[in-house]
Structure formats: structure tokens, C-alpha cells
Design a protein around this ligand. Structure first.
Ligand SMILES: [Zn+2]
Length: 339
């Protein structure tokens, strides 16, 4: 039932043929608000060097690459100990979920479950071979909280895995909130006292464009050769305070939010090239009492050069100057994780 099904095949972003449909890979587009149709048009005629078989939103599934052809969705490895090389572009079908208000809407989730189930049935694919882009390439995809990539809460993904085998589609779970504080009303007995994962989520703007979110060291934020102008940093446990230094200018005020639509407190930067970043991480007290204080570990790379050494919080001394970067030099890559 449910969704409208449209075929709007790309003329360029695919390879002819495949080696069998053995896996289904689930992705998110990384957009905050986008539609299946708009995505299919984006990939239609221009060479994007990427693609997926299907795009799903709240009402519609658009097929962009035929099942019997190969889409370009899992060809780059960002980590190790994953399914890279086993699950490949040519033996998998990739499904991209679009976002509504910065998350996967319930209707989109249900449509994705339904589409996945029909493909499993059609090609005899077992639920164990329905995986995330994260499982294949260690890329933070689907990157919204609840989907379990890079140490994020996995409640929605776990539900998804159940829903694709059960007869009915359960209502989507709300991802458990893990921002700030120890959020331990939910540290119930069932979830043992395992150490909570601290995940930094961050993105940068360069050339007027925000690039996809990165979690911890799954990738770097930025594009080689393009000077970074703005930085947004969030964290799943505790909080951050950060600021940037404008090249040829001065330090901008500290910010604490993570929201690229919030020009006041959601990111650091004013659209001009930056040459230094300073970050301070606040460990939640419950975490610190149990496991000790953590620091933000971060680094930047100047355009055309390798990374500078890691910086830990905004500490000075021991060869540290309290920030990452060098005044007067534009940077194009940024990484941050817990120490
Ligand atoms: Zn993906």
C-alpha cells in the first residue's frame, strides 16, 4: 500500500549490470528537508559521481537506478572492521531516506520498511543482509540519532531490523535523547552499566555550502582545497563551547549550539575564511565521577598540507597554543573526537 512509486532513472550515475542482489544498504541523504523527487532530479543528468537505487520520502519512492544495474553508494571506505569489499556497489541495492525537519519522518520510515521488505522478498535477501552504509563503509550514515552510526543511539535501527521481518510495521520509536546531562532516567537495568559513548557530530561550511555531518573520526569535515569559513560542533553527551578565529581578523564569540540555521549560537563563523579553531568540552558530572573527565581532541589541516598535531581542549603549554590552526593560513579539513 502506501507510497507512490515513480521511476525517474538517471542517465549517467550508474554502471550497467551487477553481480547479484545480495545486500540491501540503508542510507540517509544528510539533508534537513528534502524529497525523493528532488533527489532523483539532482542525480538525473548531471555527473554526480554517486547515486542510489531508491529515494524515499513521506509519500513517494522514486527509483533512480534499475535493480539490475549498479548504483554508486558504498564505494569508499572510511574505516575498518566493516563489510567493505563484501558488500559492494555491484552486489547491493541502496536505499536513501530523505529527511523532514532534520530527522526521518515516521511515514518515511514506514515506506522504507515496506520497500525493503518487498526487495527482500523479490530477491530472497535475508534480514541479516540488510545493513547500513555505516556497517559497510564506517560512514556516519544514516547519521541521525537513533540509527546507531558511529556510536549514536541505535533504537530506531534496532526497531527497523525487527519491522522488516515482522508482518506489521510498528510505530517508529522516538530516538532517546542523549544531549547534555547524563540522561540516566533511561539507564535502566536492561542496558547494563556500559560506558556511554561520546560522539562528536560536526560539519563545516566552505564556499557558502555546508558539507555533510561527520561523527567522530568516521571522516573529516571539509573538502580539500576549499577554505573553511564556519564550523558547527555538537556532542551526544555533555556539551561543547567553541569559537573560530577569522583570517586577518580576530576571535569571534564563543558558541555552544549545533544548528546551522542558528546564526547566533548554532555555529562559529561569519562566512569569512578562518585560520584557527578553539574547542572546550564539558564532561557531564555523572560521567566524570565514574570514568573521569574527557577532553575534545581535534585538529585541522591547512590547504595543501598535512594535519597539524592534535589539540586537546583549549589547553596551553606543552607545545600547545590553545587552539588548532595557524594565524594567516586557511584550512580545509577538520576533525574532532573525544580523547
Ligand atoms: Zn550513505
Amino acid at each position: 500500500m502506501a507510497y507512490n512509486f515513480i521511476q525517474n532513472f538517471t542517465t549517467v550515475n550508474f554502471s550497467k549490470g551487477n553481480l547479484g542482489r545480495k545486500w540491501i544498504v540503508i542510507h540517509y541523504t544528510g539533508g534537513k528537508n528534502d524529497t525523493a523527487m528532488a533527489n532523483s532530479n539532482y542525480f538525473k543528468n548531471a555527473n554526480r559521481g554517486a547515486s542510489a537505487h531508491y529515494f524515499v520520502d513521506e509519500t513517494t519512492v522514486v527509483q533512480v537506478v534499475k535493480d539490475e544495474d549498479t548504483s554508486w553508494a558504498v564505494g569508499r571506505n572510511y574505516g575498518s572492521n566493516n563489510l567493505f569489499g563484501k558488500c559492494t556497489n555491484s552486489n547491493s541495492i541502496s536505499i536513501e531516506m530523505c529527511s523532514t525537519d532534520g530527522k526521518i519522518a515516521t511515514a518515511t520510515y514506514k515506506n522504507t520498511v515496506e520497500l525493503t521488505k518487498s526487495l527482500m522478498k523479490k530477491y530472497g535477501i535475508d534480514a541479516s543482509r540488510v545493513v547500513r552504509h555505516w556497517d559497510v563503509c564506517s560512514k556516519c550514515c544514516p547519521g541521525w540519532n537513533g540509527w546507531g552510526a558511529a556510536g549514536c543511539d541505535a533504537s530506531i535501527w534496532n526497531q527497523f531490523k525487527k519491522d522488516i521481518v515482522s508482518g506489521t510495521v510498528a510505530t517508529i520509536l522516538t530516538p532517546s535523547k542523549t544531549t547534555n546531562s547524563q540522561s540516566s532516567s533511561s539507564s535502566s537495568s536492561s542496558t547494563s552499566a556500559s560506558k556511554p559513548t561520546i560522539t562528536f557530530k560536526y560539519k563545516v561550511r566552505a564556499g557558502g555550502k555546508w558539507y555533510p555531518e561527520v561523527c567522530n573520526l568516521a571522516d573529516y569535515a571539509g573538502v580539500r582545497g576549499k577554505a573553511i569559513t564556519d564550523v558547527a560542533i555538537g556532542v551526544t553527551q555533555g556539551s561543547v563551547k567553541y569559537r573560530v578565529h577569522v583570517k586577518g581578523g580576530s576571535w569571534l564569540p564563543y558558541v555552544t549550539g549545533y544548528n546551522t540555521s542558528d546564526g547566533n549560537n548554532g555555529y562559529a563563523g561569519n562566512g569569512r575564511e578562518i585560520d584557527a579553531i578553539e574547542v572546550y568540552y564539558n564532561t557531564p558530572s555523572a560521567y566524570a565521577n565514574k570514568y573521569g573527565y574527557k577532553k575534545a581532541k581535534y585538529r585541522v589541516a591547512v590547504i595543501g598540507k598535512d594535519y597539524y598535531s592534535w589539540q586537546y581542549d583549549n589547553e596551553k603549554g606543552n607545545g600547545m597554543d590553545g587552539y588548532a590552526g595557524a594565524f594567516g593560513r586557511s584550512m580545509d579539513r577538520f576533525q574532532i573526537c573525544p580523547n
